[in-house]
Design a binder for this molecule. Sequence first.
Ligand SMILES: [Zn+2]
Ligand SMILES: [Zn+2]
Length: 253
Amino acid sequence: MLELVSNVKQFASKQEWEYAWHVYGKALGKRNTPAPAKQCDRVEGDFPSWEKGWIQQGITVMAHLANGMDPPEASYLAWLATSKSVFSQLPIAVSVDFSPTPRALRAILASATDPAASEICYAKFMAGLSGIQRRYPRALMVMTDSSVQPHNWDRYPRKPEELLNGIAYPFAGVALAKTDFLSPKDGATPTHEMFHLLGFAGHHGNYAVPGYPEEECVMQRYPKTTHLCRRDGDALRAFWGGVEETTGRRFLL
Ligand SMILES: [Zn+2]
Ligand SMILES: [Zn+2]
């Protein structure tokens, strides 16, 4: 996730920690239906953004290769491994499917990708998507072999240090995740982005809560594991409790 929090936010207790995530989940759960067209798009920095009520609809996952070739079978295996690590650690009933990339999205992904550099540009992807995103009431997650450049490189000088492994906004319902299709089981980055999409804002190191042991965690900024620490698992369950309260629908299994 593109992330500007640099200092550590302190919570006094597990209860205070969970309450904050519960409130945040209530806010996302409120958006049950896509906003009307006029209110939908706004520009954040150099890319349009929107808030859409995808929670009740679920998530469509697809794969995109920088060279424009059809994704290998390994992309499906990579998704299966990611799905297993995500939903075994956060058992929720959200509809998720892995699908071939629709033609309209293929064109947008291709125009947002620089195959020579193996980079996909988030700003260009969002700009391309803005015209058609209302066709997709579900959240979209793209697993790609490319790094992610947040800014539009046609308008800003390209800074290699800004390259990300992924980016995800739960309110917009969009995620890009760099995926190693050669080792599909090594899914730390797609797991990390999926947990962002499912509500985890910020990173492990942005928060301090007494009473939890320090653990390696997939929500560290550069995760080396798919393991979700107990503290951040509590956060996500509290978040989905908030979604449940607003939607009146059960998600936590
Ligand atoms: Zn992140
Ligand atoms: Zn953590």
